[in-house]
Design a protein around this ligand. Structure first.
Ligand code: NCD
Ligand code: ZN
Length: 350
């Protein structure tokens, strides 16, 4: 059947390889939004205080599982927040016990709740060496934090200044460049096939920096890394639809209440959990590559992580525009759902 006539698509159940669930009441409110469609997710550890040790990750995993509504199946894959004081043997033990799937590297000060991140990369070398030895991936927030580097250049500079030397010193370390936003990152991943992959968010496939700034400032499109110019967005779409196994979905769905976003210094983060699969189906359909959605959302991620793909499926059906809510209610206040700016015709029906 020609792609354009397709009205139904069944794919393996997708996974989200970069997700913020928070804790407490917010966790309770946002978890079903992801668990409704996704089988597994890599859970970001940037709580306050951060999830640093195996014991903290195990306790957080228990809180996530306890917050899951009855009848929903979902597997949280935990990460440890890398600090300069992280004990390599704790990381080894967390991995061996199946408590932690990956370690998360935040350059100190790069984004929301990253103050305990890494300043001196030599300090974490023993941890990286252990991870390379045991095959545990490092998830990287790839932005430098130097104040004299323009915010739109921070990802490209990170690749040259930090990532290339780091990978040269530890070539056996598996690295996921998370939420890539530039042609530079796409090129770097595509041209370096060994032990390197990248996640791409839903929103970076849809918005560019004009969406944030032209015709008024729109805090609900502000996230980090900040969206770049249109040519970069197109490069991300090309990578996502290419079928290249090293590019896969990590939504970076990052809930903040409207009160936290809509102020003179608002938080970075876009909440996409609710409508991600509809958004992606629309993007892939417009690109004429609906048949590549399964690779991007359901197959490439598990392959890189050395996990089997889901043996379950979901079905997306095309029809009248899906009426998603503008926001979801939480006990802390409303959280605005990402508005892609176009109608979403695909809904998850099974
Ligand atoms: C994330 C958050 O809110 O925790 N924010 C964001 O803009 N993506 C942190 C992050 O992943 O950078
Ligand atoms: Zn994130």
């Amino acid at each position: 059947m020609p792609e354009k006539d397709r009205t139904s698509l069944t794919i393996r159940r997708p996974d989200d390889w970069h997700l913020h669930l928070r804790d407490g009441a917010m966790l309770q409110a946002v978890l079903p939004e992801t668990a409704r469609h996704f089988g597994r997710a890599i859970i970001m550890p940037n709580l306050v205080p951060p999830v640093v040790t195996a014991a903290q990750a195990a306790a957080y995993r228990d809180r996530i599982i306890a917050a899951l509504p009855e009848g929903m199946k979902f597997t949280p894959l935990m990460t440890l927040y890398l600090t300069e004081a992280t004990d390599p043997e704790d990381v080894r033990a967390a991995h061996a016990a199946g408590i932690a799937t990956a370690v998360k590297l935040y350059p100190a000060g790069a984004t929301t709740n990253s103050a305990s991140g890494v300043r001196d990369f030599e300090q974490v070398r023993p941890v990286l060496d252990v991870m390379a030895e045991i095959g545990m991936p490092l998830c990287v927030h790839g932005e430098v934090t130097d104040h004299d580097i323009d915010i739109f250049d921070r990802e490209a500079v990170f690749i040259d200044k930090i990532l290339k030397p780091l990978r040269k010193k530890t070539p056996d370390l598996k690295v996921v460049m998370e939420h890539v936003t530039t042609q530079d990152a796409v090129d770097y991943v595509r041209d370096n096939p060994k032990n390197l992959a990248a996640t791409i968010t839903t929103h970076h496939l849809i918005i560019n920096r004009n969406h944030i700034l032209a015709g008024g400032i729109r805090p609900h499109f502000y996230c980090l890394p900040v969206a770049k110019r249109e040519a970069h967005r197109i490069a991300l779409v090309q990578a996502a639809i290419s079928g290249d196994k090293r590019f896969f979905l990590g939504t970076d769905s990052a809930p903040h209440t409207d009160a936290a976003k809509l102020q003179s210094c608002g938080c970075a983060g876009i909440f996409t959990a609710t409508n991600t699969m509809s958004c992606l189906a629309e993007v892939f359909e417009v690109a004429g590559q609906l048949n590549k959605l399964e690779a991007f959302a359901s197959l490439n991620g598990p392959m890189f992580y050395g996990l089997p793909p889901s043996d379950d499926t979901i079905t997306l059906t095309k029809g009248d525009p899906v009426p998603y809510p503008d926001s979801i209610e939480t006990p802390d206040g409303p959280v605005t759902v990402f508005n892609p700016g176009f109608d979403l015709h695909w809904r998850v029906t099974g």
